[in-house]
Design a binder for this molecule. Sequence first.
Ligand code: FAD
Ligand code: SIN
Length: 521
Amino acid sequence: MRKKVDFLVIGSGIAGLSFAIKVADYGKVCIISKNEAAETATRYAQGGIAAVMYTPDTYEKHIKDTMVAGDDLSNPEIVRITITESTDRVKELIDWGTQFDKKESGRYDLAKEGGHSEYRVLHHKDSTGEEIQRALLENIRNHPNIEMIENAFTIDLITQHHLGQEINKKSEGVKCYGAYFLNPETKKIDMVLSKVTLLATGGAGNVYNTTTNPEIATGDGVAMVYRAKGLIENMEFFQFHPTSLYNPEEKPSFLITEAMRGHGGILKTCKGEEFMHKYDERGSLAPRDIVARSIDTEMKLSGDDHVYLDCTHLDKNETINKFPKIYAKCLSIGIDITKEMIPVVPASHYTCGGIKVDEFGKTSIENLYASGECASTGLHGANRLASNSLLESAVFSHRASLDAIDKIEKIALCDEIPDWDSSGTHLNEEMVLVTQSYKELQQIMSSYVGIVRSDLRLKRALDRLEIIYRETEDLYEQSVLTVKICELRNLINVAYLIIKMAKKRKESRGLHYSIDYPKTK
Ligand code: FAD
Ligand code: SIN
């Protein structure tokens, strides 16, 4: 099958859906998601979306907080664009039906998270992402120009390479004509040909063995662009969330929102001692990189498997009312958070780097845009400020839609694309090789390329990765394609980019911390 559309959107989280809603009045849209449409990282977002709503907050304060969190590596122009457009994008989410919590006065009930100097995080209790995802999907399902294909795994972007043309290494002149995907009904590899394609494939948290990210977060978009010779940047900046629930058997790890610390929760050691002020005067509400590293240090010093978040001193009814999901989850494993401390541990959470895009979400590949967690806009620099991610997705999907709508009339579909070549593939019973390599990969990344790194650890990681890479490429060449082998291959690709970029950075900056280059300021 070859489907022909104006706009192909790969991903059904906030980035993909908000773009689709905007372009749907200008042509046919096809959205592909590799799982059910609602199964995205967006859905699991707890804390909320940061935006400047009322005084005493100002754009300048939010800009400054974002720059400070990013360890001065954020692009100031991109930061300004994002923050000054925050209010409009949030109002648009509200117009599309998203319900954010309000106070009795009718004003939005804004929360505070690590690194924010003001209360500016709009939320829907502790299920903000679920509410945004619901509202967006409702708009999508009612639109006659939008088709959604669920449970369809996109394998690769279609470029001149598939027309048999050479692509030089620097990505110059590469064009995107659509994508190949695994058709869930026929189990065959089909294609969508498009004038414009948006990658909104989310993050890559599963490159580590403890993550808050859903299973779908395997860096597919980044790997596809890398294979298509597009530009990727900043992959060394991988954010670990300081507080995921310590419950070793559970995957993904359940998040304990930073908003709980904003509400007064305090981090303590297993002996019940506060420790954050040893590391930063902002205490439990310091930016994430600092808090995660401090917890890591405390765990290494004590030999304990976790620390605690103490909320027992807070008003019981407020805790239950503001964080009903967390309360219920902890109760389900025997912890009453109004009476007992919550065991927490850092977990991989957010891919700050990704597909390099400009201020309109344009990648280095013609007719290909990227938005959301798979993209690197320059907003986050060396470390993302909490709740700036949903915002970034909304802002850059909006900007990408403006650019794409402007161009769509001038782009022709390319119809000479050959079918996917499956020749030489015969193996289909080697799942054990795939699952084992998946675990090995996560182990390598967690042991050597985690919160604290060194030159020697990075070298060891690269040496080990090389072996898994070669074995997986051999297997891929011979295998009947499955989602699992494609995801493994993509994660290996992502791991390679993280290690390579980490090796190149000869300093400790933001989320990239190396014992060989101690921080001087
Ligand atoms: P996602 O929402 O992850 O969507 C990715 C989509 O791409 C999915 O539809 C998936 O099926 C599809 N896809 C991926 N690969 C393929 C493929 N090969 N083929 C087809 N489809 C594919 N950020 C905040 O700003 N505030 C928060 O409070 C917050 N809390 C968070 C809590 C948790 C537990 C997590 C995990 C993240 C949180 N984040 C938060 C981060 C934020 O949720 C994500 O960065 C954001 O939702 C990403 O949106 P997205 O649209 O880019 O990707
Ligand atoms: C959280 O609620 O702590 C997550 C917020 C984020 O990742 O931005």
